[in-house]
Each structure stands twice: as structure tokens, then as C-alpha cells.
Design a protein around this ligand. Structure first.
Ligand code: XMP
Length: 323
């Protein structure tokens, strides 16, 4: 009989058996899956697990702090945070092409992660033989099945890791669906902000800026995104929405009138969607009052933004993300 307590007990026992007295490493992405996988392994082997979080500077407002503070407080996990913002921004300088951005972010991620991994292995302690991954049941099925849509965009999973054959994989979520993973996370005492998190792409806000990625643009998008998230939560719409990418059209300008006069600013796109599995999606019919509130706040509070537009395209033909 399936209860979250049973799943936790069973997985903790299996992980102990698999890892023995060795050490393990887990990459945290800030997402639900890697967080729950890490929390399970932490419960099983304590500080013989080291988590690595690469801060690529492309996270949303407050997300890095959530991992650094709340996740660590809830689990007691041993965490290494690598601040790699400058490195990623330098590598992304002058790049506007979406696939190019994804490749660069993926490549830099692997390099930074491998360095962190090497440092951990060099530490005193038992041999590091295991790598923890938050693979879910649908991932297992999909990678075996080959859906034919996988190549539309190169889905580099920044929560995931380089194929490194020196390690054996620990995948405690392999039999679970997303909603079950959330329940297990709750059972393990993880903060609601992490357990209920909507999907967020590995390359982060880097693929939500149409145009070159710069620190200034990221800060601006972070503000707009935080406002949209705040208002959607206040309106009680989180459960209805699968996710709501907020996109900055950095290469587009339009004329507006704000405060003392004419502005020539950028549009922000709201992309709220409802979906079962992200393979297909419908645009969410958000209440006009909520849209109005988000629009007013973003144009008032975010510098250089003078227009908010709504993406009312389903998937297909549009993908959920803009890049
Ligand atoms: P698209 O844009 O292809 O997105 O309709 C489908 C779902 O996947 C997420 N997404 C990603 N997740 N790494 C990820 O881990 C990625 O590179 C990536 N690209 C898109 C997207 O947010 C949506 O939930």
C-alpha cells in the first residue's frame, strides 16, 4: 500500500544498501526533483552526501537564497554553492541565438560542476562513488520511448549532469510521478516554496530574454517576474497554472508615455499556460483584473518597460518558452 511514509522508509533503506559506507554527490537545480532526491539521500546517509548548487546568475528573484537557506535549514544537507555568475555572463556576452545560448549555458555548467566535483573528491573521506539524480518515472519512460519532439530544442537539464561513467547513479524517484514527488518532499519537511515550485528551465532566465543576456536585463526581468508571481499567488491561481514564463523582448522597443513624457522601452510578455505534462499546453484564461494588476505594476515599477503583452498561443504551435 502506497503511502509517502512507506516510500520514504523504503527508499532510505535502499539508498543505504546501495551506497554502503561511500560518499555521494548531488547537483541541486533549485527544482523540486533534485531537492527531493537530495533530501531522501541526506536522510539515508547524512553528511556523506554533498550537494552542489551552481549559481549561474540566471535564477529568478529569491531562488538561490531559497536553496542556500531554506533548503539547508529544512534538511541539514551539506551544500557547496559555486558563484559562477560572472563566468556565465562573460560566456554569454554578445550571444542572441537561442540554441547558442543553451549550448553555452550547458557547457559552462558542466565545467563548473566538474570542478566542484573534483574538489569534493579531493577532500578527506570515503570514496565518492555515487551521483544522485532526480529522475522521475516519466523521464524514464520518455528516454526509453523517444517521443520525436525531443530535438525541437536542445533540452539541457541543468539539474542533470555530465555523463560520467566513474559514478554509479542513485535515482530514488525513478518510480514516482511529479505529484508523488511533491508529497514525498512534504513528508520530508521541505519548504512549500520548493515543493510546490512550478517547472523552470535549466538555462533559466537566459532563455527568457529575447536578445543578448546582460546583468542589467536579468535584473529587470527578475523584477517583472517577481511581480507576476506575487500577483498570481495573491489571486490564488498557482494551482490552476502549470507555469507562467515572463519574457523580456530586449531586442524590441516601442514608444510609450510614462511620467513626464515619451519613453522608448521594452515589452514584457506574460506566458501563462495550463498543461498536464508540458508536451502540449493551452494558454490560461486569466481574469482580466489579475492581468490588469500585473500590467500596471510592471510598467510602474520596472525600469525601461513600458508595455505588457499576453501570449495567447497554445502549444502547439508555440512552445511554452520563447527560446
Ligand atoms: P517548451 O518550451 O519546449 O518547454 O514547450 C516544455 C517544458 O520544458 C521546460 N524547459 C526546460 N527544462 N531544461 C529544463 O530543465 C531546459 O533546457 C528546458 N527548456 C524548456 C519548460 O519550462 C516547460 O516546462
Amino acid at each position: 500500500n502506497w503511502t509517502t511514509t512507506n516510500v520514504v522508509d523504503e527508499q532510505v533503506a535502499l539508498i543505504r544498501e546501495q551506497v554502503g559506507d561511500k560518499r555521494a554527490i548531488c547537483g541541486l537545480s533549485g527544482g523540486v526533483d533534485s531537492a527531493v532526491a537530495a533530501a531522501l539521500v541526506q536522510r539515508a546517509i547524512g553528511d556523506r552526501l554533498t550537494c552542489v548548487y551552481v549559481d549561474h546568475g540566471l535564477m529568478r528573484k529569491g531562488e538561490t537564497e531559497q536553496v542556500e537557506k531554506d533548503f539547508v535549514a529544512a534538511t541539514g544537507v551539506k551544500l557547496v554553492v559555486v558563484d559562477a555568475e560572472e563566468r556565465f555572463l562573460t560566456a554569454l556576452k554578445g550571444v542572441s541565438d537561442p540554441e547558442q545560448k543553451r549550448k553555452i549555458i550547458g557547457r559552462e555548467f558542466i565545467r563548473v560542476f566538474e570542478q566542484a566535483q573534483a574538489d569534493i573528491i579531493a577532500d578527506e573521506g570515503p570514496a565518492v562513488e555515487f551521483l544522485v539524480q532526480g529522475t522521475l518515472y516519466p523521464d524514464v519512460v520518455e528516454s526509453g520511448g523517444g517521443t520525436g519532439t525531443a530535438n525541437i530544442k536542445s533540452h539541457h537539464n541543468v539539474g542533470g549532469l555530465p555523463e560520467d561513467l566513474e559514478f554509479q547513479l542513485v535515482e530514488p524517484l525513478r518510480k514516482l510521478f511529479k505529484d508523488e514527488v511533491r508529497m514525498v518532499g512534504q513528508e520530508l519537511g521541505l519548504p512549500a516554496e520548493i515543493v510546490q515550485r512550478q517547472p523552470f528551465p535549466g538555462p533559466g532566465l537566459g532563455i527568457r530574454i529575447v536578445g543578448e543576456v546582460t546583468k542589467e536585463r536579468l535584473d529587470l526581468l527578475r523584477e517583472a517576474d517577481a511581480i507576476a508571481r506575487e500577483e498570481l499567488t495573491l489571486a490564488g491561481l498557482d494551482a490552476e497554472i502549470w507555469q507562467c514564463p515572463v519574457v523580456l523582448l530586449a531586442d524590441v522597443r516601442s514608444v510609450g508615455v510614462q511620467g513626464d513624457g515619451r519613453t522608448y522601452g521594452h515589452p514584457i510578455v506574460l506566458r501563462p499556460v495550463s498543461s498536464e505534462d508540458a508536451m502540449t499546453a493551452d494558454w490560461s484564461r486569466l481574469p482580466y483584473e489579475v492581468l490588469a494588476k500585473i500590467s500596471t505594476r510592471i510598467t510602474n515599477e520596472v525600469k525601461d518597460v513600458n508595455r505588457v503583452v499576453l501570449d495567447c498561443t497554445s502549444k502547439p504551435p508555440g512552445t511554452i518558452e520563447w527560446e
